[in-house]
Design a protein around this ligand. Structure first.
Ligand SMILES: *[C@@H]1O[C@H](CO)[C@@H](O)[C@H](O)[C@H]1NC(C)=O
Ligand SMILES: [Fe+2]
Length: 450
């Protein structure tokens, strides 16, 4: 991955050199961050065969992938599930894996793909034939659908408030544009993170893409990185024709979501580039009036932190997203909230995606406090506070976006905007007039899909 070498080296320096200096290490060029709150280490209360770190993810068509870990290497990779509590009509056996990282060896990591499932339906399930019952709800067959969007989550007391606010109001699917656990090579922190998020991640699909904190590359010994991330957070890349777990896409309730890899090769001859071009070309905007993309290092960013880090990727892929009429691009990495207008090639463009940075989930590094002055006319809102976003597709043409700042123990909606889909904007259509490609919002999905 020559493209990312510079970032990998930076990450390596961060991992290896940064801890030696501790958090007081600042150079004149570094932004000052609000004091972060302490790390929460979440322990496992059950037995060795009890499932822990349960999370679910959409797995193509009407399927869900159930993932969990047991300390017991003999625990079976089976999921029992059904539509009533305690009554499991189906049992499916899946696969398992594990990985080592220096002196650490993971537990048994189970992945079981279940389905077909009905949309908008509660399912009750048990992992490995014993232990507690969990439940989840599948996404709806029709609009509205609501996404919770949180980047750079970490596992601090701020993370805990953000998760409480996310879980405090209903939603269908969780989207995370990179930087999950901030384990930074300390593998038990991946387990702790899995346990911290389990109450939410076992109940709604969590769809994630990788950030720099997932790389965990170590020269010669782990030259490709992502050992932990790829073993624990398997996403539907095979289901979406991608050769790598680092980028993939999925359809849910009339929304096509593209998860890009900021730390996988993205140049014109790369597999990611080719895959993305094919993926966007296949989107039927009649069935999927919305297209949303997520990636880690922002392409547009007026914060002083991480300036220019997404630029190489922007130059490589921006045209594909523009031609694909992607409605919104979410990024993380910068620990603040920022919302832009619709942009293409550094200019306002009413057919370009709206860019949103939402890297403020609550990680231990704290906030990116300083935005450049004077503010760019492309940037419509900037704020360095922890929080989360909510994106509700009301129908095929209108969506409501809101950003909720963590305010002590409460959540406060500080920014909101209505967004119209590009598939309903006549002058932006690529494939002909809307009457030909856009059915009424009530018929956008058949009854048994989600
Ligand atoms: C879509 O939702 C918006 C916002 O609620 C509403 O104004 C519009 O009429 C709806 N469109 C259709 C086709 O229902
Ligand atoms: Fe990051």
């Amino acid at each position: 991955m020559p493209c990312c070498l510079r970032m990998l080296v930076l990450d390596f320096l961060f991992l290896v050199v940064h801890p030696l200096f501790g958090s007081s290490h600042t150079s004149p060029h570094e932004f000052i961050r609000q004091p972060p709150k302490g790390i929460i280490f979440t322990r496992h209360g059950g037995s060795a065969s009890d499932p822990q770190q349960v999370h679910i993810s959409l797995a193509g068509g009407q399927h869900m992938r159930i993932s969990w870990i047991t300390e017991d290497k003999k625990a079976p990779s089976t999921v029992e599930y059904g539509k009533s509590p305690g009554k499991y009509d189906n049992t499916i056996t899946g696969v398992h894996t594990s990985y080592s990282y220096f002196f650490y060896t993971s537990g048994k990591i189970h992945h079981v793909r279940i389905g077909p499932l009905e949309p908008g339906t509660m399912y009750y399930y048990r992992c490995g034939g014993s232990g507690p019952e969990f439940s989840f709800r599948t996404p709806p067959a029709r609009f509205p659908i609501e996404f919770a969007v949180v980047g750079d989550l970490g596992q601090t007391e701020w993370t805990s408030s953000t998760l409480a606010h996310v879980g405090g109001a209903d939603y269908d699917v969780f989207l995370l544009p990179g930087d999950l656990s901030y384990a930074d090579s300390q593998q038990p922190l991946w387990d702790s993170f899995g346990r911290l998020v389990e109450p939410l991640s076992s109940a709604r699909p969590w769809m994630v893409t990788e950030g720099n904190h997932e790389i965990e590359m170590f020269p010669i010994i782990y030259p490709h990185g992502f050992s932990s991330y790829n073993a624990r957070w398997v996403m539907p890349y095979e289901e979406s024709g991608s050769p790598s777990n680092l980028y993939y896409s999925f359809d849910v309730t009339g929304v096509h979501v593209v998860m890009l890899g900021s730390y996988a090769d993205f140049h014109e001859r790369s597999e990611q580039y080719q895959w993305l071009r094919n993926d966007l070309a296949k989107v039927d905007r009649g069935r999927m009036p919305w297209v949303v993309a997520l990636l880690h290092a922002p392409w547009y960013n007026t914060n002083e932190a991480h300036q220019g880090e997404g630029e190489e990727m922007r130059k490589a892929l921006e045209e594909l997203l523009y031609d694909g009429r992607v409605d919104i691009v979410f990024a993380g990495h910068v620990h603040a909230y920022e919302r832009f207008t619709r942009i293409y090639n550094n200019k306002e463009d009413h057919c370009g995606p709206m860019y949103i940075t939402i890297g403020d989930g609550g990680n231990r590094e704290g906030l990116a406090m300083r935005f450049k002055e004077p503010a760019s006319p492309l940037s419509l809102y900037q704020e360095p506070s922890f929080g989360h976003g909510r994106l509700k597709m009301v129908n095929g043409t209108h969506a409501h976006w809101s950003w909720h700042r963590n305010k002590d123990t409460d959540s406060y909606m500080a920014d909101e905007i209505w967004i119209e889909s590009l598939s309903s904007t006549n002058s932006c259509l690529v494939g002909g007039p809307p009457s030909r490609s856009l059915p009424s919002s009530t018929s956008s999905s058949s009854k048994d899909e989600f």
